[in-house]
Design a protein around this ligand. Structure first.
Ligand code: ADP
Ligand code: ZN
Ligand code: ZN
Length: 737
C-alpha cells in the first residue's frame, strides 16, 4: 500500500498527531494543509507519512487542501520545535503553529506582499543628481544609484536609507520613476561598504578567537562593559561569516525597541547583505513577508525578538544573542521557552557558534563560563574591559543616603545641583525611576485606606493626567474617588513617585529644562519612542525621565548625568533573582552616562548606601558581585546549582487550585526520589485578573530526572478531573515566582 496516511500536527491542546488520508495532492513533510476536524476546518502541518493508521479506515478523514505553492517547513525547524515542546512540556502542535506568522495559521494561501522595483522615466533621466540640493541626501543617493543601476528593488532602497521606499513612491507620483511588480525579492545593488574602525586589542582578540572556530559549535560569552564595542565585534563576525560562505545570521535582541537602532547600524555597515527584522510590531503581511525571506534563504541577516529563534533558516551559520541576560528572552505564557536556551540547542545541533553578549551576563551563563572551570566550562569567556572610544571613561558612581539629607520633592540636593550643572553646561541628564504613572498609591490621610485593585492583589496606580486609578497588572481603571470609600474623608493624596510626578516636579523645579518622559504610557503610540530618541539626539531634550525602557542599549553621546531614584524595594525583595536583576539594570542605566568624550556621573538615591550591591556597582565590578551571588546560590541550592520547574495553577475558586495542587504534589512525590517537591504555596501575587493562584515548586540536581518526572506528571494531570476546571501550566526553569 502507498504511503497515503498523513500524520498532522494541529493547534490543539493535545500532545499527539492526527491521522488523515491524503487527498491525492503532493504533500511534503512540513507542508501546510487544511483538514476537517469535527465540524471545523483546521490548519495543520504534515509531520510524517505512513502506510497505515491505528484508526479504522472508515474513521479516517481526508485532507481538504494542501497549500502546495508554499515552502514546507524544514526538518531542522520542526525538530527544534519538537524538542522545545517536549522540554517545556507543551503540546507540539500548539508550539509549532504558534511559532508561525499569523497569516500561516489562517485558512488561505499565504500570499506574500507584492514586491516592486523602480527605474527612471524619461523625465527622471534628465535629472542630474549633482544639481540636487545637498540637503536632500537620500534623494541624491537614490538618483545617483539609478544612474548606474537599471532598477532598484525595495531591498536596494533599504540599503540607501530607511526613508528611501517612501521617497521612491513619491517620485513615482512626481513622474521621475516608474515602479514595476517583481516576482521575488532580489537585490542588485552592490555598494562599497564603509570601512570599519580599527578594533582595539580586546575586540581583535574576541573576533580572532571566534573566527578561528567558526565552523563548529561553541558557546561564546562576550562579557563587555557598556560601550566596550560588543556591537562592533558582532558586525566583524557577521561580515566574516557572510563573506566567507553561503550564510544566514540570526541576531536576537530582547526588545522591539532595540531593533531599529541595531538595524540601522547593520544596514549601514553590512550593506550588501539583505536584512529583515521579525518582531511583533510588524504588520501581519510584513511579518509573513520577512519570515518567508528568511525561510527561502534570501535574507542573510535576521534580527528578531525571542520568537525569531524558531524561524526556518536554511543557511544558518551563526547566532548572536545581544543582552543575553535579559528576562524578556523568556516567554511568560503558552510555551514558556527561553530563547537563549533554545538558541544553544539549535546551535549545537547545527554545529555552529553562538555568541552571547552582555555587560552583566545572567548568573546561569556566568556560571557556565567560569565556575568550576573543569566541570562546567561549557561556555568560552571573552572579555572587553575597556570602553571602545578611548576618551570615554566609566562614569563615577556615588550613593546619596536619603535618610541624611532634606529631600525636595523626592530629590536630594546633590542630584538637583548636578541637574542644574548639566543644564548650564548644555549636557543631558537621565533620571531613572522604575515606576510609571503619577504615584504608586492613593492614600487616605485619616484611616490609611489605600486604593486596591479588586481583581489583583495589588494597589491601583494614580494616573493624574487622565484623573484615573489604574491597575498595572490587569489594566482595570476607575475614576479617582473624591472621598475615601472607607471613612468618607475627602483628603486623599498620592503617595510616592512615578515617572509622571517626577516629570512634573522637575518642570516646576527647573522651568527652563526641556524634559521628556519615556515609559510604556508615553510610548504606546507607534514611533513615539523613535521620535523622542531622535529629539534627544538632536539636543532638543535636556532631561529624560524614564523607566527601564531607557536603560537598554541606547547611546546618547551628550548625556553625562544619570540619577537613580528609588530602587530600595528590590534590595529586599523575596525573589531570589531580584538583586541579580537590579544589579544588571543599574549597570545598564549607569552605562548611559559619559559614553563619548565627556565624563559621566551617576547619583543613586538610597537608604542603604552601604549595601553590597551598591559597593559592587561603585567599583563596577560585575565579576566579583556575580561570584558572590553564585556562592550564595550554591549554599542555599538555588539555580543554576539546581534545576527547577513550577506547576502554576489558577481558578476562580481557590479550593479548586488547592485540590489540584495537592493531587499534583502527591503524584509528584511518588514519581521520583531524585526530585524535591515542595508544598504547594501561593505566589506573592495571590490574585491576578480575578483568578486565585497557587503553585508547586519542583527541584532536582539533574535535569534528566526533573524532565522524566515532568513528563509523567503532565500526562497524569491532563487526565485528572479537576484539571479541567483549573488553568494550569508547567514552567520549566521559571524566572518569576
Ligand atoms: P556596546 O555594544 O558594547 O555597548 P558599541 O558597540 O555600541 O558598544 O560601541 C560603543 C561606541 O564605541 C559606539 O559609538 C561605537 O561606534 C564605538 N566603537 C566601537 N568599537 C570601536 C573601535 N574599535 N574604534 C572606535 N570606536 C569604536
Ligand atoms: Zn479613609
Ligand atoms: Zn488588577
Amino acid at each position: 500500500m502507498p504511503t497515503s496516511i498523513l500524520k498532522i500536527a494541529l493547534d490543539l491542546p493535545l500532545d499527539r498527531l492526527f491521522d488523515y488520508l491524503s487527498n491525492g495532492q503532493q504533500a511534503h513533510i512540513g507542508q501546510r494543509v487544511l483538514v476537517p476536524f469535527g465540524r471545523q476546518k483546521l490548519i495543520g502541518i504534515v509531520i510524517a507519512k505512513a502506510s497505515s493508521s491505528d484508526l479504522a479506515a472508515e474513521k479516517l478523514k481526508t485532507v481538504i487542501q494542501v497549500f502546495a505553492d508554499e515552502l514546507p517547513i524544514d526538518a531542522e525547524t520542526l525538530s527544534l520545535l519538537k524538542f522545545s515542546a517536549d522540554y517545556y512540556q507543551y503540546p507540539f502542535g500548539q508550539a509549532l503553529l504558534s511559532a508561525l506568522p499569523v497569516r500561516l495559521r489562517q485558512i488561505a494561501p499565504a500570499v506574500s506582499r507584492k514586491q516592486y522595483a523602480y527605474h527612471l522615466t524619461e523625465l527622471g533621466r534628465l535629472v542630474d543628481p549633482a544639481t540636487l540640493p545637498t540637503r536632500q541626501l537620500v534623494l541624491r543617493r537614490l538618483m545617483q544609484a539609478l544612474q548606474t543601476h537599471n532598477s532598484l528593488t525595495e531591498l536596494d532602497l533599504d540599503a540607501i536609507s530607511t526613508s528611501a521606499r517612501k521617497l521612491a513612491k513619491q517620485l513615482v507620483t512626481d513622474g521621475w520613476l516608474v515602479s514595476e511588480q517583481v516576482p521575488a525579492i532580489i537585490k542588485t545593488l552592490e555598494v562599497l561598504m564603509p570601512a570599519p574602525p580599527a578594533l582595539n586589542d580586546e575586540q581583535s582578540l574576541a573576533v580572532a578567537r571566534i573566527t578561528q572556530e567558526v565552523q563548529i559549535f561553541k558557546a561564546w560569552l562576550l562579557h563587555g562593559i557598556t560601550g566596550s564595542g560588543k556591537t562592533e565585534v558582532y558586525m566583524r563576525l557577521m561580515q566574516y561569516v557572510l563573506e566567507s560562505q553561503q550564510a544566514q545570521i540570526l541576531v536576537l535582541v530582547p526588545e522591539i525597541n532595540l531593533t531599529p537602532q541595531l538595524e540601522a547600524r547593520f544596514r549601514s555597515r553590512l550593506t550588501n547583505f539583505p536584512l529583515v527584522s521579525l518582531h511583533s510590531n510588524l504588520s501581519e503581511s510584513e511579518r509573513l513577508h520577512n519570515w518567508q525571506l528568511a525561510q527561502s534563504g534570501a535574507a542573510k541577516i535576521i534580527i528578531g525578538t525571542r520568537l525569531a529563534i524558531f524561524t526556518p533558516l536554511p543557511q544558518l551559520k551563526l547566532i548572536i544573542i545581544d543582552e543575553e541576560h535579559d528576562s524578556s528572552y523568556k516567554q511568560q505564557d503558552s510555551m514558556r521557552y527561553h530563547a537563549r536556551d533554545v538558541a544553544l540547542v539549535r546551535a549545537k545541533r547545527l554545529n555552529i557558534p553562538v555568541v552571547l553578549g552582555s555587560a552583566t551576563p545572567s548568573l546561569e551563563s556566568w556560571h557556565n563560563a567560569i565556575a568550576n572551570a573543569q566541570q562546567t566550562n561549557k561556555y568560552h569567556l571573552l572579555s572587553l574591559q575597556q570602553r571602545a572610544v578611548s576618551a570615554a571613561k566609566l562614569p563615577h558612581i556615588e550613593c546619596i543616603d536619603t535618610t541624611k539629607v532634606n529631600l525636595q520633592h523626592g530629590l536630594t540636593p546633590q542630584l538637583i545641583a548636578a541637574l542644574k550643572l548639566r543644564l548650564a553646561r548644555k549636557e543631558q541628564s537621565l533620571l531613572f525611576i522604575n515606576r510609571r504613572g503619577y504615584s504608586p498609591v492613593l492614600l487616605c490621610s485619616a484611616c490609611h485606606w489605600i486604593a486596591p485593585c479588586t481583581r489583583c492583589s495589588s494597589r491601583l496606580v494614580v494616573h493624574l493626567g487622565q484623573r484615573k486609578l489604574r491597575c498595572h497588572h490587569c489594566g482595570q481603571e476607575q475614576k479617582i474617588p473624591s472621598q475615601c470609600p472607607s471613612c468618607g474623608n475627602a483628603d486623599l493624596h498620592p503617595m510616592g513617585y512615578g515617572t509622571q510626578r517626577l516629570e512634573q516636579t522637575l518642570a516646576e523645579l527647573l522651568p527652563t529644562a526641556r524634559i521628556a518622559r519615556v515609559d510604556r504610557d508615553s510610548t504606546s503610540r507607534k514611533n513615539a519612542l523613535v521620535e523622542i530618541l531622535d529629539q534627544v539626539h538632536k539636543q532638543e531634550i535636556d532631561i529624560l525621565v524614564g523607566t527601564q525602557m531607557l536603560a537598554k542599549g541606547h547611546d546618547f553621546p551628550n548625556l553625562t548625568l544619570v540619577g537613580v531614584m528609588d530602587t530600595d524595594s528590590a534590595l529586599h525583595s523575596p525573589d531570589f533573582r531580584a538583586s541579580e536583576r537590579l544589579f544588571a539594570q543599574l549597570m545598564q542605566v549607569a552605562g548611559r552616562a559619559g559614553r563619548a568624550d565627556k565624563a559621566g556621573q551617576v547619583i543613586i538615591q538610597t537608604q542603604f548606601p552601604e549595601h553590597a550591591l551598591f559597593n559592587a556597582l561603585r567599583s563596577q565590578d560585575y565579576a566579583s558581585y556575580a561570584n558572590a551571588l553564585l556562592l550564595e546560590r550554591e549554599q542555599v541550592q538555588f539555580p543554576p546549582y539546581v534545576f527547577t520547574a513550577l506547576l502554576r495553577a489558577e481558578a476562580n475558586d481557590f479550593s479548586l487550585v488547592q485540590q489540584f495542587l495537592r493531587y499534583a504534589f502527591e503524584q509528584a512525590r511518588n514519581l521520583s526520589n531524585d526530585v524535591l517537591v515542595y508544598d504547594p504555596v501561593r505566589p506573592q501575587m495571590e490574585r491576578l485578573k480575578g483568578m486565585e493562584r497557587g503553585h508547586l515548586l519542583m527541584q532536582a540536581a539533574s535535569r534528566v530526572a526533573l524532565q522524566r518526572l515532568l513528563k509523567h506528571l503532565v500526562s497524569l494531570l491532563r487526565a485528572q478531573a479537576t484539571a479541567a476546571k483549573v488553568r494550569w501550566a508547567i514552567d520549566v526553569n521559571p524566572l518569576e515566582f
